[in-house]
Design a protein around this ligand. Structure first.
Ligand code: PEP
Ligand code: MG
Length: 308
Protein backbone atom coordinates (compact mmCIF):
# COMPACT_ATOMS: atom_id res chain seq x y z
CA UNK A 1 0.00 0.00 0.00
CA UNK A 2 2.80 2.38 0.96
CA UNK A 3 4.59 1.51 -2.24
CA UNK A 4 1.47 2.30 -4.25
CA UNK A 5 1.09 5.59 -2.42
CA UNK A 6 4.65 6.57 -3.18
CA UNK A 7 3.84 6.27 -6.85
CA UNK A 8 1.55 9.24 -6.36
CA UNK A 9 4.52 11.49 -5.69
CA UNK A 10 4.67 14.07 -8.45
CA UNK A 11 1.03 13.49 -9.41
CA UNK A 12 -1.46 16.33 -9.07
CA UNK A 13 -4.27 16.09 -6.50
CA UNK A 14 -7.26 16.46 -8.80
CA UNK A 15 -10.71 14.93 -8.57
CA UNK A 16 -11.92 12.72 -11.40
CA UNK A 17 -13.84 15.67 -12.76
CA UNK A 18 -10.92 18.07 -12.63
CA UNK A 19 -11.16 20.02 -9.37
CA UNK A 20 -7.63 20.70 -8.17
CA UNK A 21 -6.92 20.66 -4.47
CA UNK A 22 -3.61 21.64 -2.90
CA UNK A 23 -2.46 19.34 -0.12
CA UNK A 24 -0.05 20.93 2.29
CA UNK A 25 1.51 19.60 5.49
CA UNK A 26 1.37 20.59 9.15
CA UNK A 27 4.63 20.44 11.04
CA UNK A 28 5.92 21.42 14.45
CA UNK A 29 9.70 21.05 14.11
CA UNK A 30 12.37 22.02 11.61
CA UNK A 31 13.40 18.38 11.15
CA UNK A 32 9.88 17.50 9.96
CA UNK A 33 10.56 19.26 6.65
CA UNK A 34 12.20 16.13 5.29
CA UNK A 35 8.94 14.24 5.75
CA UNK A 36 7.10 17.03 3.95
CA UNK A 37 9.43 16.63 0.98
CA UNK A 38 9.35 12.82 1.07
CA UNK A 39 5.57 12.90 0.91
CA UNK A 40 5.52 15.52 -1.85
CA UNK A 41 3.26 18.05 -0.10
CA UNK A 42 2.49 21.21 -2.06
CA UNK A 43 3.76 23.36 0.78
CA UNK A 44 3.61 23.80 4.54
CA UNK A 45 0.11 24.88 5.51
CA UNK A 46 0.93 25.16 9.18
CA UNK A 47 4.28 25.55 10.86
CA UNK A 48 3.55 25.51 14.58
CA UNK A 49 6.27 27.55 16.27
CA UNK A 50 5.77 26.46 19.87
CA UNK A 51 8.83 24.19 19.60
CA UNK A 52 11.08 27.24 19.60
CA UNK A 53 9.79 28.28 22.99
CA UNK A 54 9.13 24.94 24.62
CA UNK A 55 11.67 22.57 23.08
CA UNK A 56 14.78 21.54 24.90
CA UNK A 57 17.81 23.58 23.89
CA UNK A 58 15.74 25.68 21.52
CA UNK A 59 16.67 29.26 20.95
CA UNK A 60 13.73 31.67 20.80
CA UNK A 61 15.89 34.76 20.32
CA UNK A 62 15.33 36.64 17.07
CA UNK A 63 18.45 35.06 15.58
CA UNK A 64 17.50 31.56 16.73
CA UNK A 65 14.03 31.88 15.25
CA UNK A 66 15.36 33.43 12.05
CA UNK A 67 17.73 30.49 11.52
CA UNK A 68 14.92 27.99 12.07
CA UNK A 69 12.48 29.69 9.65
CA UNK A 70 15.23 30.24 7.07
CA UNK A 71 16.10 26.56 7.10
CA UNK A 72 12.49 25.53 6.55
CA UNK A 73 11.95 28.09 3.76
CA UNK A 74 15.15 27.12 1.97
CA UNK A 75 14.34 23.43 2.10
CA UNK A 76 10.88 24.09 0.68
CA UNK A 77 12.46 25.80 -2.36
CA UNK A 78 9.83 28.42 -3.05
CA UNK A 79 6.83 26.41 -1.98
CA UNK A 80 4.66 28.31 0.47
CA UNK A 81 5.39 28.00 4.19
CA UNK A 82 2.70 29.34 6.53
CA UNK A 83 4.37 30.30 9.80
CA UNK A 84 1.92 30.53 12.67
CA UNK A 85 2.83 32.90 15.46
CA UNK A 86 3.15 31.55 18.95
CA UNK A 87 0.18 29.65 20.37
CA UNK A 88 1.27 28.74 23.88
CA UNK A 89 -1.32 28.64 26.54
CA UNK A 90 -0.43 28.86 30.17
CA UNK A 91 2.19 26.16 29.87
CA UNK A 92 3.54 25.35 33.30
CA UNK A 93 7.01 24.95 31.76
CA UNK A 94 7.13 28.61 30.85
CA UNK A 95 6.87 29.70 34.40
CA UNK A 96 7.65 33.35 33.76
CA UNK A 97 4.75 33.55 31.32
CA UNK A 98 2.35 31.85 33.60
CA UNK A 99 -0.82 33.74 34.15
CA UNK A 100 -2.07 31.75 37.10
CA UNK A 101 -4.07 28.53 37.35
CA UNK A 102 -7.20 28.54 35.29
CA UNK A 103 -9.87 25.90 34.84
CA UNK A 104 -10.25 26.55 31.09
CA UNK A 105 -6.77 27.05 29.64
CA UNK A 106 -8.08 26.60 26.07
CA UNK A 107 -10.19 29.69 26.65
CA UNK A 108 -7.42 31.46 28.44
CA UNK A 109 -4.36 33.57 27.94
CA UNK A 110 -3.02 32.07 24.74
CA UNK A 111 -2.11 32.67 21.12
CA UNK A 112 -2.78 36.15 19.70
CA UNK A 113 -4.02 37.35 23.10
CA UNK A 114 -0.68 36.46 24.59
CA UNK A 115 1.27 37.97 21.68
CA UNK A 116 -0.62 41.26 21.78
CA UNK A 117 0.05 41.65 25.46
CA UNK A 118 3.71 40.77 25.03
CA UNK A 119 4.68 42.96 22.04
CA UNK A 120 8.34 42.48 22.96
CA UNK A 121 8.10 38.75 22.27
CA UNK A 122 5.70 39.23 19.35
CA UNK A 123 7.94 41.76 17.57
CA UNK A 124 10.91 39.45 18.02
CA UNK A 125 9.01 36.64 16.32
CA UNK A 126 7.64 38.89 13.55
CA UNK A 127 11.10 40.30 12.82
CA UNK A 128 12.51 36.77 12.59
CA UNK A 129 9.74 35.75 10.17
CA UNK A 130 10.24 38.85 8.03
CA UNK A 131 14.01 38.42 7.92
CA UNK A 132 13.54 34.81 6.82
CA UNK A 133 10.96 35.81 4.19
CA UNK A 134 13.62 36.52 1.55
CA UNK A 135 14.66 32.84 1.56
CA UNK A 136 11.40 31.47 0.16
CA UNK A 137 7.67 32.05 0.15
CA UNK A 138 6.63 32.81 3.71
CA UNK A 139 3.15 33.61 4.96
CA UNK A 140 2.25 34.59 8.50
CA UNK A 141 -0.74 33.25 10.40
CA UNK A 142 -2.29 34.55 13.64
CA UNK A 143 -3.97 31.98 15.93
CA UNK A 144 -7.19 32.09 18.00
CA UNK A 145 -8.50 35.36 16.58
CA UNK A 146 -11.86 36.51 17.96
CA UNK A 147 -12.16 40.12 16.81
CA UNK A 148 -11.33 42.68 14.14
CA UNK A 149 -9.43 44.66 16.71
CA UNK A 150 -6.96 41.84 17.26
CA UNK A 151 -6.28 41.67 13.52
CA UNK A 152 -5.77 45.42 13.30
CA UNK A 153 -3.31 45.32 16.20
CA UNK A 154 -1.43 42.27 14.93
CA UNK A 155 -1.09 43.77 11.45
CA UNK A 156 0.13 47.05 12.94
CA UNK A 157 2.85 45.20 14.85
CA UNK A 158 3.82 43.33 11.70
CA UNK A 159 4.11 46.66 9.93
CA UNK A 160 6.18 48.02 12.81
CA UNK A 161 8.53 45.03 12.58
CA UNK A 162 8.87 45.58 8.84
CA UNK A 163 9.58 49.29 9.27
CA UNK A 164 12.26 48.63 11.88
CA UNK A 165 14.03 46.15 9.61
CA UNK A 166 13.82 48.46 6.62
CA UNK A 167 15.27 51.28 8.69
CA UNK A 168 18.19 48.99 9.54
CA UNK A 169 18.63 48.14 5.87
CA UNK A 170 17.70 44.49 6.40
CA UNK A 171 16.08 42.92 3.33
CA UNK A 172 12.48 41.76 3.66
CA UNK A 173 10.21 40.21 1.00
CA UNK A 174 7.97 42.86 -0.58
CA UNK A 175 4.77 41.02 0.04
CA UNK A 176 4.07 38.30 2.52
CA UNK A 177 0.57 36.97 2.83
CA UNK A 178 -1.20 37.50 6.15
CA UNK A 179 -3.77 35.02 7.38
CA UNK A 180 -5.79 34.25 10.46
CA UNK A 181 -6.86 30.99 11.99
CA UNK A 182 -10.61 30.58 11.96
CA UNK A 183 -10.93 28.44 15.05
CA UNK A 184 -13.40 30.30 17.24
CA UNK A 185 -17.14 30.73 16.62
CA UNK A 186 -16.60 34.50 16.90
CA UNK A 187 -14.22 34.44 13.95
CA UNK A 188 -16.72 32.44 11.89
CA UNK A 189 -19.55 34.84 12.67
CA UNK A 190 -17.31 37.79 11.78
CA UNK A 191 -15.73 36.08 8.79
CA UNK A 192 -17.44 38.42 6.30
CA UNK A 193 -15.61 41.35 7.88
CA UNK A 194 -12.38 39.56 8.74
CA UNK A 195 -12.07 38.39 5.12
CA UNK A 196 -11.59 41.99 3.99
CA UNK A 197 -8.62 42.39 6.35
CA UNK A 198 -6.43 39.43 5.43
CA UNK A 199 -5.13 37.39 2.48
CA UNK A 200 -6.32 33.98 3.64
CA UNK A 201 -8.17 31.97 6.25
CA UNK A 202 -6.89 28.77 7.82
CA UNK A 203 -9.69 26.85 9.48
CA UNK A 204 -8.49 25.04 12.60
CA UNK A 205 -11.09 22.38 13.12
CA UNK A 206 -9.36 21.04 16.24
CA UNK A 207 -10.20 24.12 18.28
CA UNK A 208 -13.24 25.14 16.25
CA UNK A 209 -14.92 21.81 17.01
CA UNK A 210 -14.24 22.09 20.72
CA UNK A 211 -15.56 25.65 20.94
CA UNK A 212 -18.67 25.10 18.80
CA UNK A 213 -19.66 21.93 20.62
CA UNK A 214 -18.48 23.04 24.07
CA UNK A 215 -16.46 19.84 24.16
CA UNK A 216 -12.91 19.84 25.48
CA UNK A 217 -10.65 18.31 22.83
CA UNK A 218 -8.41 16.93 25.61
CA UNK A 219 -11.11 15.21 27.66
CA UNK A 220 -11.36 11.48 26.90
CA UNK A 221 -14.64 10.99 28.70
CA UNK A 222 -16.49 13.14 26.16
CA UNK A 223 -14.48 12.05 23.12
CA UNK A 224 -17.63 10.70 21.46
CA UNK A 225 -19.12 14.21 21.51
CA UNK A 226 -16.04 15.72 19.93
CA UNK A 227 -17.25 15.45 16.35
CA UNK A 228 -15.93 17.52 13.43
CA UNK A 229 -18.68 15.92 11.32
CA UNK A 230 -21.38 17.57 13.44
CA UNK A 231 -23.70 19.64 11.22
CA UNK A 232 -23.07 22.74 13.33
CA UNK A 233 -19.36 22.48 12.62
CA UNK A 234 -19.94 21.89 8.92
CA UNK A 235 -22.28 24.85 8.64
CA UNK A 236 -19.72 27.09 10.28
CA UNK A 237 -17.04 25.93 7.86
CA UNK A 238 -19.39 26.48 4.93
CA UNK A 239 -20.12 29.99 6.13
CA UNK A 240 -16.44 30.78 6.48
CA UNK A 241 -15.54 29.51 3.03
CA UNK A 242 -18.47 31.38 1.45
CA UNK A 243 -17.38 34.65 3.06
CA UNK A 244 -13.79 34.08 2.01
CA UNK A 245 -14.91 33.52 -1.57
CA UNK A 246 -17.01 36.67 -1.55
CA UNK A 247 -13.88 38.63 -0.71
CA UNK A 248 -11.64 36.70 -3.08
CA UNK A 249 -9.34 35.22 -0.44
CA UNK A 250 -8.35 31.58 -0.18
CA UNK A 251 -9.17 29.14 2.61
CA UNK A 252 -7.31 26.14 3.89
CA UNK A 253 -8.41 23.63 6.50
CA UNK A 254 -5.58 22.62 8.78
CA UNK A 255 -7.21 20.74 11.69
CA UNK A 256 -6.97 16.95 11.93
CA UNK A 257 -10.33 16.61 10.16
CA UNK A 258 -8.68 17.81 6.95
CA UNK A 259 -7.49 14.21 6.59
CA UNK A 260 -10.97 12.73 7.18
CA UNK A 261 -11.92 10.83 4.02
CA UNK A 262 -15.63 11.09 4.84
CA UNK A 263 -15.46 14.86 5.12
CA UNK A 264 -13.42 15.44 1.99
CA UNK A 265 -16.46 15.64 -0.32
CA UNK A 266 -18.16 18.11 1.99
CA UNK A 267 -15.12 20.34 2.13
CA UNK A 268 -14.60 20.22 -1.62
CA UNK A 269 -18.28 20.86 -2.23
CA UNK A 270 -18.05 23.96 -0.07
CA UNK A 271 -15.22 25.22 -2.26
CA UNK A 272 -12.20 24.54 -0.07
CA UNK A 273 -9.16 24.46 -2.36
CA UNK A 274 -6.49 23.59 0.14
CA UNK A 275 -6.08 21.10 2.96
CA UNK A 276 -3.17 20.80 5.33
CA UNK A 277 -2.53 17.51 7.08
CA UNK A 278 0.21 15.54 8.81
CA UNK A 279 3.01 14.75 6.31
CA UNK A 280 2.22 11.03 6.60
CA UNK A 281 -1.38 11.68 5.45
CA UNK A 282 -0.56 13.70 2.32
CA UNK A 283 -0.33 10.88 -0.21
CA UNK A 284 -3.30 8.96 1.18
CA UNK A 285 -5.38 12.11 0.89
CA UNK A 286 -4.14 12.63 -2.65
CA UNK A 287 -5.24 9.08 -3.48
CA UNK A 288 -8.73 9.78 -2.15
CA UNK A 289 -9.00 13.12 -3.95
CA UNK A 290 -8.10 11.39 -7.20
CA UNK A 291 -10.90 8.87 -6.69
CA UNK A 292 -13.52 11.50 -5.88
CA UNK A 293 -16.07 12.87 -8.33
CA UNK A 294 -17.77 16.05 -7.24
CA UNK A 295 -19.65 17.19 -10.31
CA UNK A 296 -23.39 17.35 -10.10
CA UNK A 297 -23.37 16.16 -6.48
CA UNK A 298 -21.87 19.42 -5.31
CA UNK A 299 -25.16 21.09 -4.45
CA UNK A 300 -26.71 17.95 -3.09
CA UNK A 301 -23.89 17.36 -0.64
CA UNK A 302 -24.27 20.88 0.71
CA UNK A 303 -27.99 20.48 1.11
CA UNK A 304 -27.65 17.14 2.83
CA UNK A 305 -25.44 18.30 5.65
CA UNK A 306 -27.20 21.59 6.14
CA UNK A 307 -30.49 19.79 6.73
CA UNK A 308 -29.17 17.01 8.79
C1 PEP B 1 -6.57 23.69 15.22
O1 PEP B 1 -6.96 24.23 16.26
O2 PEP B 1 -7.30 23.05 14.43
C2 PEP B 1 -5.14 23.78 14.84
C3 PEP B 1 -4.72 23.37 13.68
O3 PEP B 1 -4.28 24.29 15.76
P1 PEP B 1 -3.75 23.50 17.05
O4 PEP B 1 -4.14 22.05 16.86
O5 PEP B 1 -2.30 23.75 17.07
O6 PEP B 1 -4.51 24.18 18.15
MG1 MG C 1 -5.80 25.67 17.33
Amino acid sequence: HLHALHELRGCPSVTRDGYRIDIHANIGHVEDVQQVLDNDADGIGLLRTEFLYLGNNMDCSEEGQFQAYKKVLEKMQGKRVVIRTLDVSEEPEISQWRYGDRVNPAMGFRAIRFSLRRPDLFLTQLRAILRASVYGKAAVLFPVVTSEEEVIKAKALLQQARASLEAEGVPVADKIEIGIMIETPAAVILSDRLASMVDFFSIGTNDLTQYILATDRMNDSIASLYNPRHPAVLRMIDMTVANAKKHGIWTSICGESAADAELLRFYLAMGVEELSVAPSSVLELRRIVRQTTLGKYKDRIIQKYCNG
